[in-house]
Design a protein around this ligand. Structure first.
Ligand SMILES: [Ca+2]
Ligand SMILES: [Ca+2]
Length: 136
């Protein structure tokens, strides 16, 4: 009987450990990044060479490649951002790559909620950013 009890206890401890691991690996997955009607933000009126930087709570986490000469770029990148949880601030910075100084077009800022969402993030001057996210 004592042996059975120990097995149960060990099982309970394993369950608690697994739960703890799950909690500490929580994060957000960002996919489906695309934008429309961006701008190169230059006097010559050229199209954007856009890329997106992903920040969580003000800390840089990852970024896309840049898409050359298009105001309507799409990115296939999938970002798994760990330790970025419900209630945290996700900021997606939209940049236009230039020869010397890149232009920061705008930043889309959202507060993460549990579940999965399709986000539309319009800007007055520099078009609209779209992306999907799901909390895990
Ligand atoms: Ca530019
Ligand atoms: Ca450019």
């Amino acid at each position: 009987m004592a042996f059975l009890y120990d097995v149960r206890l060990a099982f309970l401890v394993m369950l608690m450990l697994a739960q703890h691991l799950e909690l500490t690996s929580a994060g957000v997955r960002v996919t489906g990044l695309r934008a429309e009607n961006l701008s190169g933000a230059d006097p010559s009126g050229n199209q954007a060479d856009a890329y997106v930087k992903v920040n969580c709570n003000g800390v840089f986490r990852s970024m896309t490649e840049h898409r050359t000469d298009t105001d309507d770029p799409q990115w296939s990148a999938e970002f798994i951002i760990k330790n970025c949880e419900v209630g945290d601030t996700l900021a997606l910075e939209v940049w236009d790559k230039d020869l010397i100084f890149d232009d920061h077009l705008y930043t889309c800022i959202i507060e993460l909620k549990s579940g999965s969402y399709r986000i539309t993030c319009p800007n007055k001057y520099y078009g609209t950013l779209y992306f999907d996210y799901i909390m895990f």
